[in-house]
Design a protein around this ligand. Structure first.
Ligand code: AR6
Length: 172
């Protein structure tokens, strides 16, 4: 398994699966979720609505993941996962790690060879970037997965640097 860290826009990345930092409603939102629905088109929202009506009437739980079509995106699937909102009072690291491992499990079931992740929970959900990057890298490295290539696609320079720092810490 190889891990790549790059700066860019997730919606422009070619990979079998693109991971969406969604919310439990699965009905879209701002940030990367907004970009995925905007670029991917209405087919994705339609698939999300069907999932709500069938498998997740009360919403997708935090830390779980589910796949839909990728619509017009340059991918085969979008895997939606719900990150935890950062809390100064409660350690929710295990839930953030679960987003990565459950997305990889879904990707493995689908037969995806490559997957691209954003920095889940580090935008609206307010997770500090470096701890989130450490958790993301540790989770994917420790996962028993059939996915061959994992790409972290970081939107801003600060996110990108946080992932670079976390990767350097691991290798030192
Ligand atoms: N490509 C890659 N990363 C992006 C992109 C993009 N096009 N756009 C933003 N990011 P966020 P969250 C980065 O807020 O914190 C939504 O409304 C962004 O800079 O998208 O998990 C959902 O519906 C940040 O580093 O997700 C939920 O309600 C990272 O992606 C809520 O936000 C995650 O930021 C989820 O919040």
């Amino acid at each position: 398994m190889t891990i790549e860290i790059r700066q860019g826009d997730l919606t422009e990345v070619r990979a079998d699966a693109l991971v969406n930092a969604a919310n439990s409603s699965l009905f879209g939102g701002a940030g990367v979720d907004g970009a995925i629905h905007r670029v991917g088109g209405p087919e994705i929202l339609q698939a999300c609505k069907e999932l709500r009506a069938t498998r997740y009437p009360r919403g997708l739980p935090v830390g779980e993941a589910v796949a839909t079509t990728a619509g017009r995106l340059p991918a085969r699937w979008v895997i939606h996962t719900v990150g935890p909102v950062h809390s100064p009072r409660e350690d929710r690291t295990h839930l953030l790690a679960a987003c990565y491992t459950s997305s990889l499990a879904v990707a493995g079931e689908l037969g995806a060879a490559s997957i691209a992740f954003p920095a889940i929970s580090t935008g609206l959900y307010a997770w500090p970037k470096l701890p989130a990057a450490r958790t993301a890298l540790r989770a994917v490295r420790e996962a028993a997965t059939s996915v061959e290539k994992i790409i972290f696609v970081l939107y801003g320079e600060d996110s990108y640097q946080a992932f670079r720092t976390a990767a350097e810490e691991e290798s030192s």
